[in-house]
Design a protein around this ligand. Structure first.
Ligand SMILES: [Zn+2]
Length: 412
């Protein structure tokens, strides 16, 4: 019997990636396939069809996650899961997320063709709304599955047109063949997610496969600076409470306080809302966002906890109100799972590099409920969330062979 990884087909994987990229294709060569859109439905239909051709059994759950199951010898044993997401950013690329789903499909097909026996079933999963662009926050499907978020709250979230997740999910269900339902949080033996790196390290160091050690943590905040609107010509400078001047001073003070020479702290203010946003009115209120990331839990806590004090001082004479929106701790994947990925690559003669995931992934939530690992492959210049996102068939193939080897070991 040939090893399962030898049955992985570079051409088949690439063809499926390019076929999926048609769903939501943009003129600039990218993909706009936002969660639960018509394009997402078309991608789901294609995935279900490919699975059916292989005799895989499709399931759905109440959070809109889609599963394709290759039955193991012991159908009652908890399955090994592998996948990622089919949804994209509005100006997304052809590989973010979809690679993890199609690598899992290719790995499962290779395992099936190899005839290698396995006790546990292996399931391909496409998690609902990882990107969080149409419906915020992201990682909805995986967080609901892992019990980290309440399904009722997620179903009530609305997009910019006022359509709720619940309504959009009903449309998805109505557009696809009726699939057997399964409960959220069903036990999982292990989870492995393949993904493009979305950073430059693997390419820069010449590796086709990365073993992901963990994920950096993230805290996000909303800061409201309250001033007083006033006439731009007549109000006295000494008496003004200019919220925009206070906000820019506050942002500069934060950037200075959170600056580190090593460039490990990631501090970003990406959104600024000015009221009334009129050229001849002193700004009465400014709301801005803070996205703070760091791989070390202690440092992330310490830096994040400084924010309110810095804002209060720097915003004077205006008042600053700081609200924390998200607090996701840094995490490490279990050593046994990292070792398994490294050993799987070594068996195939592929050198690997250990690296931290700087972005968030569905694996964050799976790590709470089962042994979890991630496999990274390079993408050109580290560019992602961009229509120019690009990866080579060879690197995608290497990552998929490692995935097949690891999944089979976990299922045996
Ligand atoms: Zn992704």
């Amino acid at each position: 019997m040939q090893p399962a990884a030898d049955h992985v087909s570079k051409e088949r994987l690439w063809q499926r990636l390019m076929a999926m990229a048609r769903h939501g294709a943009t003129s600039a060569g990218g993909v706009n396939r936002q969660a639960l859109s018509a394009e997402d439905i078309a991608a789901r239909r294609e995935l279900i069809d490919w699975g059916a051709q292989l005799g895989l059994i499709a399931h759905a759950d109440d959070a809109g996650n889609l599963f394709l199951r290759l039955q193991g010898r012991d159908p009652d044993a908890a399955p090994v899961l592998s996948g990622s997401h089919l949804d994209s950013q509005p100006n997304g690329g052809r590989f973010d997320g979809v690679y993890g789903v199609l690598a899992a499909l290719e790995a499962v097909q290779a395992i099936q063709e190899s005839g290698q026996p396995h006790a546990r079933s292996i399931e391909i999963v496409a998690w609902m709304n990882e990107e969080g662009s149409r419906f915020a926050p992201g990682m909805m499907g995986s967080s609901a599955y892992a019990g980290a978020a309440s399904l009722a709250q997620l179903l009530a979230v609305r997009d910019a047109k006022g359509i709720s997740v619940a309504t959009a999910l009903r449309e998805v269900d109505a557009s696809l063949p009726t699939l057997p339902r399964r409960a959220l949080g069903r036990p999982v033996a292990a989870y492995v997610e393949a993904h493009i790196e979305q950073g430059p390290l693997l390419e820069r160091h010449g590796f086709s496969v990365g073993v992901v050690s963990g994920m950096q943590g993230k805290r996000t905040f909303r800061v409201t600076i309250a001033g007083e609107p006033a006439h731009a010509g007549t109000s006295l400078r000494a008496e003004r409470k200019d919220a925009l001047l206070a906000a820019t001073a506050t942002i500069q003070a934060l950037a200075a306080a959170l600056h580190d020479r090593e460039d490990v702290v990631k501090f970003t203010v990406g959104r600024l809302e000015v009221k009334p946003n009129a050229p001849s009115v002193v700004a009465g209120e400014v709301v801005f966002s803070i996205d703070l990331r760091h791989p070390d839990a202690g440092t992330l806590t310490e830096l994040g906890d400084k924010i309110a004090g810095i804002c209060a001082r720097a915003a004077q004479p205006c008042a600053a109100q700081v609200e924390e929106l998200v607090s996701a701790v840094p995490l490490q994947f279990p050593a046994s799972m990292r070792d398994l990925v490294r050993a799987s690559a070594a068996d195939l003669g592929l050198p690997t590099m250990d690296l931290l995931s700087a972005a968030g992934h569905d694996a964050r939530y799976l790590n709470d409920i089962c042994p979890t690992a991630m496999i990274f492959v390079p993408c050109k210049d580290g560019v992602s969330h961009n229509e120019a996102e690009s990866a080579t068939p060879e690197d995608l193939y290497d990552g998929t062979r490692v995935l097949a080897q690891a999944l089979l070991a976990l299922a045996q």
